[in-house]
Design a protein around this ligand. Structure first.
Ligand SMILES: Nc1nc2c([nH]c(=O)n2[C@H]2C[C@H](O)[C@@H](COP(=O)(O)OP(=O)(O)OP(=O)(O)O)O2)c(=O)[nH]1
Length: 144
């Protein structure tokens, strides 16, 4: 049944401070055309031989040019993961930047640090909306 396994995507809810988050980073996709202009959590697919955490560090280095520290995972409702497309599931971690300044290097054409109370104020990918709700709940931010 290996062929029926969904593709695992890993991503980060980057905040300013894992202990007291106030701002959340969202990234606007450049491609494909069907997703361009929508906002997401930076990340990407886990490659063979990588752990999910290794893949996430690689994706954030490649996409944003930053090193991060990972916080808690934001568990999803389906065996702990988030179903984002018929063929992809997402795992998401809270994270904070430990080195570098995020820049839209590859996959994105704009980054935005969303202030508390404005975490829903960009057109997230449809699948990400409930995930943002979970991030709000987990961080107990007064952001919604
Ligand atoms: N990275 C990311 N992908 C998401 C999110 N929400 C969501 O539905 N997706 C979808 C969009 C894509 O169909 C898929 C991930 O693809 P991707 O394009 O980010 O992954 P990747 O960089 O490794 O892909 P590739 O083009 O190099 O093959 O998951 C999200 O918050 N972050």
């Amino acid at each position: 049944m290996t062929g029926s396994q969904p593709t695992l995507v890993v991503a980060a809810a980057l905040v300013d401070d894992l202990d007291a988050p106030t701002v959340l980073l969202s990234a606007r996709r450049r491609t494909p055309a069907s997703l361009a202009g929508r906002w997401e959590f930076p990340g990407g697919k886990v490659e063979p031989g990588e752990t999910p955490e290794e893949a996430l560090h690689r994706e954030l280095r490649e996409e944003l040019g930053v090193a991060v520290g990972l916080g808690d995972e934001v568990p999803g409702p389906e065996d702990g993961v988030w179903r984002i497309t018929p063929t992809h599931v997402l795992r998401l971690w809270l994270a904070e930047v430990v080195s570098g300044v995020p820049a839209p290097l590859v996959e994105h054409d704009e980054l935005r640090w969303l202030p508390a109370g404005q975490w829903f104020d960009v057109p997230w990918l449809d699948a990400d909306v409930p995930i943002v709700t979970a991030v709000v709940a987990l961080t107990s931010a007064d952001a919604a």
